[in-house]
Design a protein around this ligand. Structure first.
Ligand SMILES: O=C(O)c1cc(=O)[nH]c(=O)n1[C@@H]1O[C@H](COP(=O)(O)O)[C@@H](O)[C@H]1O
Length: 280
């Protein structure tokens, strides 16, 4: 498939072929220790390489969490670059979890760092924060459209603190979270099989039937495993939109390393549970 094929099309093909599971690459210090690795560049590199080699043929998407690489400075970012390149070369989509959000030319610079094909950190998609106003994301939306990349906008996050902002009610009676979902539905209007502009909606949130999740785009659902949600929760949380859900598991899979077959088995177990729950 050509690299300018829109992200939504590429993601749908990957979900159909491999199931929708997204495995996070989150090299927490505690995980490195439990893998018998030092909390240093060599440990970071070994951890990330092992995850990519173990799972690249099995999962639809990897989601490296940039913070765990950035904490080591420029050498950590170099490991992140190689992790992204290795995963993409192996045919797995990469969703960079950097949760960027700023205004104007600064937002444009963040967008070019992750969504310009000439950048060493070029990824298939990027998480972004709309809490400087959805319109502040415009440079990222434009560059994503141009480069065939995607965005995942924080709409209803998995953490309990998110409600303070995301469930706040506007003058028109809509919540902020619902407003973000409506913006995304507009971005994705008319796209087939689905658009490239996703929402982040936590799997931990219980019944979301008061929100219109029908955005014609992917719904990244973190919270399964370590945060307490299970694959079996997905139909009740997402209702009719469950077919567009990309469930993310990070620690729930990663804690089974460094043994490659244990990582593969754990990821397969989550994938099977998700398939059983959502019929994917
Ligand atoms: O954007 C995200 O990925 C994200 C959004 C959210 O609402 N909640 C959330 O946990 N995440 C990320 O998803 C991952 C969850 O990791 P585990 O709890 O270990 O599965 C972490 O990388 C979080 O930063």
């Amino acid at each position: 498939m050509s690299p300018v094929t829109p992200f939504g099309t590429r993601l749908r093909a990957a979900m159909d072929a491999r199931g929708p599971l997204c495995v996070g690459i989150d090299p927490h210090a505690a995980l490195l220790a439990s893998w018998g690795l030092d909390d240093d560049i060599a440990g970071l590199e070994r951890f990330s390489r092992t995850v990519v080699e173990a799972l690249a043929d099995q999962v639809a998407v990897f989601k490296p969490q940039a913070a765990f690489f950035e904490r080591f400075g420029s050498r950590g970012v170099a490991v992140l670059e190689r992790t992204v390149a290795d995963a993409r070369a192996a045919g797995t989509l990469v969703l960079m979890d950097a949760k960027r959000g700023d205004i104007g030319s600064t937002m444009a610079a963040y967008a070019s760092a992750f969504l310009d094909p000439a950048s060493p950190l070029f990824s298939d998609a990027l998480t972004v924060s709309p809490y400087l106003g959805y319109g502040s994301l415009k440079p990222a939306v434009e560059l994503a459209r141009e480069s065939g990349a995607g965005l995942f906008v924080l709409a209803l996050t998995s953490n309990p603190e998110g409600a303070e902002v995301q469930r706040a009610v506007r003058e028109d009676g809509r919540t902020i979270g619902a407003t973000m979902l409506a913006h995304l539905a507009e971005e994705n209007a008319g796209a087939a099989p689905m658009g490239s502009f996703g929402a982040v909606v936590g799997a931990t949130l219980g019944d979301l039937s008061s929100f219109d999740l029908d955005i014609n785009g992917p719904l990244l659902a973190p919270g399964i495993g370590a945060q307490g949600a299970t694959a079996a929760d997905l139909p009740a949380v997402f209702g009719k939109a469950v077919g567009n859900v990309v469930p993310n598991v990070s620690r729930g899979v990663l804690k089974h390393g460094p043994d490659v077959s244990a990582l593969r088995d754990a990821s397969r177990r989550f994938a099977d549970e998700i398939r059983a729950a959502v019929g994917a």
